[in-house]
Design a protein around this ligand. Structure first.
Ligand code: SF4
Ligand code: SF4
Length: 183
């Protein structure tokens, strides 16, 4: 891919990402602090110390400078799209600097295309990767989550699917997750 297209696409993608991140600045999976139940399991390092959250395309822009109180590293991560980045943290971060994937977790966005012009829609679903670490999916599925959280996830999704670069990321990630569940 040349450099010009990403350069042109970046401002709109960053606006969509910024709005989505803001929508999910306050809503949390439960009304109470779910991290008290699991000692914030989703923020703990695995045995390699190299786990982290995949950033959306262009989201590395929010991490181009050091952030006080938030030690992190960005590493290349091509599992979804070439040129992808993963943020590896040390298990704590100021909430306002949390990556979008962390704000969505343990949900993710399922993209469907419908209507006469195959418009994309985003619905919240439980992230299949969360079952291994998060106690919430076992509590009764999506209805057990705070409605305000599910609503904010879907509102964020509605913003993201209007940007082709972010939509591509969500669709490719979904295809890869679906494929891994079929194996
Ligand atoms: S693992 Fe699940 S319950 Fe624990 S803090 Fe993360 S989202 Fe909340
Ligand atoms: S960036 Fe923050 S929310 Fe995300 S895994 Fe690290 S400590 Fe947890």
């Amino acid at each position: 891919m040349g450099l010009l297209l990403p350069l042109l696409a970046r401002p709109a993608a960053l606006r969509a990402l910024d709005s989505a991140r803001k929508l999910l600045a306050t809503p949390t999976p439960l009304v109470s602090d779910c991290g008290k139940r699991c000692n914030h399991a989703c923020c703990q390092s695995d045995e390699t110390g190299e786990n982290g959250m995949l950033l959306f395309p262009f989201e590395e822009h929010f991490y181009r400078k050091p952030i006080p109180g938030f030690p992190f590293r960005l590493l290349p991560h091509d599992s979804v799209l070439k040129g992808g980045r993963r943020l590896v943290c040390e298990g704590h971060c100021p909430r306002e600097h949390r990556p979008l994937s962390c704000r969505l977790f343990p949900l993710r966005l399922r993209i469907t295309f419908d209507g006469p012009d195959d418009r994309p829609h985003a619905n919240a679903e439980i992230d299949p990767r969360s079952w291994a670490i998060c106690p919430l999916p076992e509590r009764g599925g999506l209805p057990a989550f705070a409605p305000s959280f599910v609503e904010a996830v879907e509102q964020a999704g509605a913003l993201l699917v209007h940007n082709l670069w972010l939509l591509e990321f969500l669709v490719v990630e979904q295809e890869k997750l679906d494929e891994s569940r079929r194996l």
